[in-house]
Design a protein around this ligand. Sequence first.
Ligand code: C5J
Length: 222
Amino acid sequence: MIAIKAEPFPFTVKPGALALIVIDMQRDFAEPGGFGACLGNDVSRVAKIVPDVKRLIEGFRAAGLPVIHTMECHRPDLSDLPPAKRDRGNPSLRIGDEGPMGRILISGEPGTAILPEVAPIDGEVVIEKPGKGAFYATELADVLKKGAIQQLVFAGVTTEVCVQTTMREANDRGYECLLAEEATESYFPEFKAAAMAMIRAQGAVVGWTAHVDDILESIAHA
Ligand code: C5J
């Protein structure tokens, strides 16, 4: 039996049932001129986790375990962008507007792409999602069912928005969820800390948290 050292207690790995899901590691959230920066955020915080996300991905690939990537993005005609999402807040550029890396958060645009260091390789599933959660209006549930996946390790950004939303959706659907601490980030350190604490509270009410080194050490034997 393989168990990952985790909080609030060890995460027992089910053979053949574990996958990594990397949430929204896109240029639009990590680079100046993208959506994250247009909202006034310090995007260098996201860029800093790239090496840890990369080694987690490489560990899953080396162990022969599936890696799934998500991208927050919308159709060019904006038909999947509710006005309530487009009009929210006061960004310098809104979703769909032309920016320095192409149209903000639009499928196929340069800025919407996953960062090259953590980009998918041939055979890996990429889920394009119009919402914060990766189950809403996507094929993710079918992909997981087809792969007999029951457990998900989470990485990516941002911890308290798209990562936490997807973890909660997955938890309600019966998946066991583990968040990789150094491989996730928020624009707000206090929100990351709060999300980590909320997830593992009350005996793992949403899931577990663990260090990247401990996950890699365990999956090398999975
Ligand atoms: C946000 C995300 N924060 N990927 N998206 O708007 O977390």
